[in-house]
Design a protein around this ligand. Sequence first.
Ligand code: HEC
Ligand code: HEC
Length: 255
Amino acid sequence: MRTLITTVVVAAMMGGAAVASAGPEGKLSVTSANLTNGENIYKNGKGSVPACQSCHGADGMGDDNLGTPRLAGQIFQFVLKQLEDFAADRRKDMTMFVMNDNAKGLTEQDRVDVAAYVSQLKGEWTPSNLEEIAKTGMPVGKTWLGKEIVLYGLPEKGVPACRACHNYNGRGVDPLFPAIGEQRYVYLVNQLKQWRDGTRANDPEVGGKGAMREVAKNMSDEDIYNVAAYLTKASPYPPGDRRIPSRHVPIAFVR
Ligand code: HEC
Ligand code: HEC
């Protein structure tokens, strides 16, 4: 039996969000995702595109040794936007230089299907092993200093609180703001440095300026290590509240 997901990307939602101007297409569209095809691509690859799991893990939890991100449970629209951005060279894979070809090797429908598949993956999160990472020579930050940045930002440097856009502990907000809590340390560090030096510039613009490039431009290396060290361990659930984070809301199952 084929499982279908129906997603409705509502233009009005984009219009209502703070950084909507250059958001993904902003059109009203209804898309059906074929999870069976998504799973097949994820596990076996397709044509010249290797299996996603070979780098992102069978459980979709990413890998610090490869610098790959967790995809499991990430916001569907965000994953799809990244695949479209890679396919159109709006974003470049600066770590293994493979994602642009991977995205181009899939059809638009395949990208919808695999994005839907990974967004539905659930599993136990194991935070990045900071002791092991320190042994590789990558500096490791201080979680308590990172927590301050997530909660309050660095007002003296004009760095806003991550929570203001990415929600509680960076758990994400549909459809624009990805989950950055419980993400891989190495990936977070790489992305923040890329936003800072502009090698990643596919963020939506607010008042003509890239939302994340503005956030990262005044962060020091230490700030980046600190915030990443906190975020990899940051649970999306506030103490005593096991409600499902908002990122799962807009996807409705149709059998
Ligand atoms: C050879 C290794 C490799 C394979 C295979 C691979 N990826 Fe990736 N992927 C990466 C790396 C490395 C990055 C991080 C790029 C960077 O740091 O710039 C990445 C990033 C991504 C991102 C961005 C996520 C985010 O949070 O912004 C998505 C989405 C993604 N991959 C999906 C896929 C899918 C779907 C497949 C299978 C069709 C796949 N990847 C196969 C290595 C791989
Ligand atoms: C003004 C809103 C805003 C604030 C504040 C903000 N972000 Fe973001 N962030 C975004 C948006 C929008 C994206 C998605 C960019 C895209 O579409 O590729 C993003 C993406 C990211 C990503 C890439 C995630 C991925 O999976 O590829 C990281 C890492 C990140 N933000 C970290 C942070 C950190 C750390 C802070 C606090 C210091 C922060 N952000 C504050 C808006 C914001």
